[in-house]
Ligand binder design. Structure first.
Ligand SMILES: NC(=O)c1ccc[n+]([C@@H]2O[C@H](COP(=O)([O-])OP(=O)(O)OC[C@H]3O[C@@H](n4cnc5c(N)ncnc54)[C@H](O)[C@@H]3O)[C@@H](O)[C@H]2O)c1
Length: 386
């Protein structure tokens, strides 16, 4: 029987084959709706490992013009590359899935959104942690109204982000680096998904605590939403305590990781050159984001308070506490957050709808991260313009 247009696999190419991209490979290989048809990677060493996937490996985006009937690209290069590569891809007639943060700053993100309109193609931003099943389940419960109105959402994440091997630009907030852009992008995404309204004001403090490793390594952000709800995002990437201690030892990717099993470094690699950091980063990329998790992913601890009850994540789903007592809602974990991203882009690329995590959503997340840093630098509450 002939394959109809609606059933044929969507032809996707990956641009960049580092930690984020490698994490997408199992989801792509297991999803019959997609065919990975090429990889673009400009580092010779990484190209060698990309070739193991058995598809053509190119060194620049324009080379993808050699691939027939390409539907879209997944851009997983370093953040400062996103804007130009995304606009170039849109201009070539390809849809775009771009990693978070979608660009180094909101002005670039706006150019990307305009280009999508101009060329009649779409942008989706992901993976981000609002694709996690427990966050999606809490969002559905809030939207159903069964717990009344959402009042507060608080999310806490304590990790070793600052001391993981890094490219220099990953630590530079002017290039979309530091925890507020890189990890705040996930937290703001979760908070907006759950509070479900426009952010009116942002107040924040950010911290650059280690002279050996200059970056924004921690933040405390307070958001005020138009529907009367409020939210906080706390992040500390200085490898002190771990928020896994408050999430039943379950990690960001849904694996059990006791204190003894955490490969944390509590200071920068001693006297490491940029090349040594890059080599360590490439090595880490091979296992940084594993697939087939036994438990639900936890981007730290997220607690929701509504007028009629509270919710938080558990390793198997979510715990709901109301006047009637506590109950756990168990959630399937055979689909990873990246499977969720592919489900969304399959709909979007087949023209069935705009999708929730579109360019405008990513732009707004980035604008709020930027406002948090501006608030911290000015010491003032930042009013979001409409
Ligand atoms: N969603 C998530 O959970 C998640 C996790 C990690 C990283 N990220 C995001 O993914 C992006 C990449 O981060 P990473 O940690 O994978 O970085 P990385 O350094 O591991 O990978 C980037 C890859 O892109 C390649 N590259 C650089 N410039 C290129 C170009 N012009 N053309 C082709 N290839 C090029 C590099 O050689 C490298 O292999 C960042 O925006 C980051 O914020 C998201």
């Amino acid at each position: 029987m002939a394959t109809t247009e609606a059933q044929r696999p969507l032809r996707i190419a990956m641009v960049g084959h580092g930690a984020a991209a490698q994490a997408f490979v199992p989801a792509l290989q297991n999803n019959p709706q997609f065919a990975l048809v090429a990889i673009v990677e400009n580092n010779a060493q990484v190209q060698a490992s990309a070739k193991a996937l058995g598809v053509p490996v190119f060194s620049q985006l324009e080379d993808l013009k050699q691939i027939a009937h390409l539907d879209g690209v997944y851009i997983a290069t370093p953040t400062p590359c996103h804007a130009e590569q995304c606009i170039q891809a849109l201009a070539n007639g390809w849809h775009v899935l771009v990693e978070k943060p979608m660009s180094s700053n909101a002005a670039e993100a706006l150019r990307m959104v305009s280009a999508a309109q101009q060329f009649g193609k779409t942008i989706t931003v992901g993976h981000s942690h609002s694709f996690d099943a427990p966050i999606q389940a809490m969002r559905r419960i809030i939207q159903s109204g069964e717990l009344g109105a959402v009042q507060m959402v608080n999310t806490w994440c304590y990790t070793d982000w600052v001391y993981r091997p890094r490219r220099p630009e990953e630590l530079d907030p002017a290039l979309g680096g530091g925890v507020t852009f890189r990890q705040g992008a996930h937290q703001i995404d979760i908070l907006r998904a759950l509070c479900g309204a426009k952010v009116q004001t942002v107040k924040a403090k950010v911290f650059n605590s280690d002279p050996q490793r200059q970056t924004i390594g921690a933040h405390a952000i307070y958001l005020d939403f138009e529907n009367g709800s409020a939210a906080t995002a706390i992040y500390n990437g200085y490898a002190g305590l771990s928020s896994m201690d408050w999430t039943h030892q379950v990690s960001e990717w849904g694996f059990l990781q006791t204190a003894e099993q955490r490969p944390w470094r509590r200071r920068p690699l001693q006297h490491a050159t940029a090349e040594q950091e890059l080599a360590a980063k490439q090595e880490r990329a091979k296992t940084a984001i594993p697939a087939s998790a036994p438990w639900q992913p936890h981007f730290g601890l997220t607690v929701v308070s509504c007028t009629l009850g509270d919710m938080r994540q558990t390793p198997e789903g979510i715990l709901i506490a109301t006047a009637d007592g506590e109950r756990e809602l168990k959630l399937p974990h055979h689909l990873s957050p990246r499977d969720g991203v592919l489900e969304e882009i399959a709909e979007v690329w087949r023209g069935k709808g705009p999708g929730w995590h579109d360019g405008q959503w990513g732009f707004e997340n980035l604008r709020i991260c930027e406002a948090a840093i501006a608030s911290a630098h000015s010491g003032r509450e930042w009013v979001m313009t409409p």
